[in-house]
Design a protein around this ligand. Structure first.
Ligand SMILES: NC(=O)c1ccc[n+]([C@@H]2O[C@H](COP(=O)([O-])OP(=O)(O)OC[C@H]3O[C@@H](n4cnc5c(N)ncnc54)[C@H](OP(=O)(O)O)[C@@H]3O)[C@@H](O)[C@H]2O)c1
Length: 308
């Protein structure tokens, strides 16, 4: 992977993750290996123990369960990642702890993980970060409101001051990687090919997201938005068929979109179509993706599975 050398000079800090989920945990593991301190929130005692085993201090946080000591939990934090999706009530972290977040004394970088749902349906067109958001789903409206609320919360940060300070928005396409991928779905018998002619979307490997977040920490840009995606938007069936070919099995029969049993979230996802322009990742952050398409991503997943 060719990546901006400034990542290598990123001085260790203290990352706090609201939500230690799939992406945040993968980033945390990279940063721990580089001497960082990582803490964050989980919803269950079991997950708290799993995080402790990795060297991550986790605090219980969830609906109607605020952090026990927000000021103390955030007192030493230099970098903050928000990876909790908004609920109908709003952004869980901001509902409970907006004042403590604003007052965090050492905070100098904030990353908010969002989705391209804020753009709405673009009928397959290439979407840039400078395009005006136009959400077409309740999910997209909630996201846009959450993005705006996070930016507003940290509007007092002044990147011009010596201590610095910035908030960045990352609009992530479909996340995949170890344990969450089409090969695992084919093996588990849960892979489906939803047939909706013309419908395409981008994906992004979780390790490329971690690289992009670290590159942003090395090159903060207050208020900036980044599309985070691979270079090849395609139909979901292409990925499933490729996974089947790698495994040497026949692909499942396509299911027509109109008759497919889909969750409300999946139906809203498939009802929109766009391609993400990601030139800013290279031009501004100096990142070249390790997995520019699903083919490199699935090849790496296959080879690490065989290496076990
Ligand atoms: N998955 C995708 O393809 C995709 C695409 C674009 C954007 N996104 C967004 O990007 C972000 C990161 O994605 P991800 O897949 O890494 O997320 P993830 O694995 O689902 O992690 C989300 C984290 O938030 C926690 N959480 C969820 N609801 C909560 C609530 N109401 N209160 C407190 N904690 C809560 C979860 O806790 P538990 O661990 O206890 O469940 C989990 O740790 C999310 O906001 C996601 O919606 C995802």
């Amino acid at each position: 992977m060719r990546t901006d050398p400034s990542i290598a000079s990123l001085a260790p800090g203290h990352l706090f993750c609201f939500g230690l989920g799939y992406t945040a945990e993968r980033l945390a593991i990279r940063l721990l290996a580089e001497g960082w301190t990582v803490s964050g929130t989980v919803q269950t005692e079991g997950k708290r123990a799993a995080m402790a085993a990795l060297g991550i201090t986790a605090h219980l946080f969830g609906p109607e369960h605020p952090l026990a000591d927000p000021t103390g939990s955030l007192g030493e934090v230099t970098h903050l990642l928000s990876s909790i999706p908004p609920t109908e009530a709003g952004d869980p972290a901001l509902i409970e702890h907006q004042a403590a977040l604003r007052a965090a004394p050492l905070l100098r970088w904030v990353g908010y993980l969002s989705t391209p749902a804020v753009y709405g349906d673009r009928q397959g067109a290439l979407v840039q970060e400078t395009d005006t958001p136009n959400p077409g789903s309740a999910r997209g409206h909630r996201r846009l409101a959450a993005e705006n609320a996070w930016v507003e919360t940290f509007s007092h940060l002044d990147p011009g001051e010596s201590a610095g300070g910035s908030i960045q928005i990352f609009r992530l396409s479909g996340i995949y990687g170890p344990a969450r991928n089409a090969i695992a779905q084919v093996r588990a018998g849960t892979a489906r090919i939803i047939d909706k002619p013309g419908q395409v979307f981008n994906r992004i490997h979780v390790d490329d997201i971690a690289t992009i977040l670290m590159a942003s920490m090395a090159r903060p840009n207050h208020g900036q938005i980044y599309n985070v995606a691979d270079t090849e938007a395609c139909a979901s069936g292409d990925v499933v068929r490729h996974a089947c070919a790698l495994l040497g099995v026949s692909p499942p029969q396509p299911i027509a979109f109109d008759s497919a049993a889909l969750s409300a979230m999946a139906r809203s996802f498939y009802s929109e179509c766009k391609r993400l322009d990601t030139r800013r990742l290279t031009a501004e952050l100096g990142v070249e993706l390790a997995y520019p398409t699903y083919r490199e991503g699935l090849a790496s997943i296959m080879s690490s599975d065989f290496a076990r």
